[in-house]
Design a protein around this ligand. Sequence first.
Ligand code: PRT
Ligand code: ZN
Length: 285
Amino acid sequence: MNTLKIALQKSGRLSEKSLGILSECGIKLPDFKSKLKNTATNFPLEILFLRDDDIPKYVENGIVDIGIIGENEVLEQKRKVSVIRRLGFANCRLSLAVPKEAQYTGIQFFSQKKIATSYPNIVSDFLKKKQIEAQVVEISGSVEIAPSIGLADAVADLVSSGSTLLHNGLTEVEEILQSEAVMISNNTLQPEVAEILDALLFRIQAVLNSRENKYILLNAPNSAIKSITELLPGMKSPTILPLADSGWSSIHSVVKENEFWQIIDQLKKLGAEGILVIPIEKMVF
Ligand code: PRT
Ligand code: ZN
């Protein structure tokens, strides 16, 4: 029987959420968890656990069909793989940072400077585009200490909360790119395997949709239904049910999580009461 082979990070920032998304897709792994390889019990999926740096190479040469990896790593390695889905976790940015006492007046600062990074290709391409000549020094870990030990004048490193830079006396001055976990694929899947991948992507999309959206229920006077439904378009259009109290209705709809806080005040002003916002488990359009 055909199986789809996926590579996930063995242990690190991507591991838990990569397994989590498969689990939300209803894919079950055997109780016995091998550290290297596993086969799902209810979906034709084989999972290989690797160091994240190795995943693009394994996908490119077909040892696995797909992988979950930080987009930063895909862009750095420039291998023949395609990003087939952005997954919305492990969000971060690759930024240039300088010692906080440096007089930073603009990107020209980096001219003839030494920049330490684990992403030499991305950083060199960025500097070239900006027509800055600088020396890019590749180091594989603890990039942020490079300026304080005299190894470099500046760094280009991944940032999420910014606290690592702060602790090391560095200031973020230029964002090079934004990154998140992505699913990559090699471009030569057998049709039977591509079919399994389509089934997996369908499930993943339902999970991602449900994360972005919430189910909203509220009570409103009938006179406000029109204005409220304009604020809450829903998947097709909102469901409106009469309440036992005459003159009032219950309105059910779907709202984007990040839009909810923007419209809540307007809903209240229009007379909405008893507003409930409920997570959605899966969402298929
Ligand atoms: O062992 P293996 O090689 O598999 O793992 P790794 O150590 O190379 O990678 P890992 O697990 O640290 O990161 C995997 C991926 O997570 C990265 O390639 C990014 O796509 C993503 N990611 C998201 C991050 C961060 N956020 C992040 N903050 N990767 C690293 N960091 C580091 C950053 O390098 C810096 O040291 O966290 C520090 C900054 O964090 P803040 O919150 O202090 O700004
Ligand atoms: Zn790594």
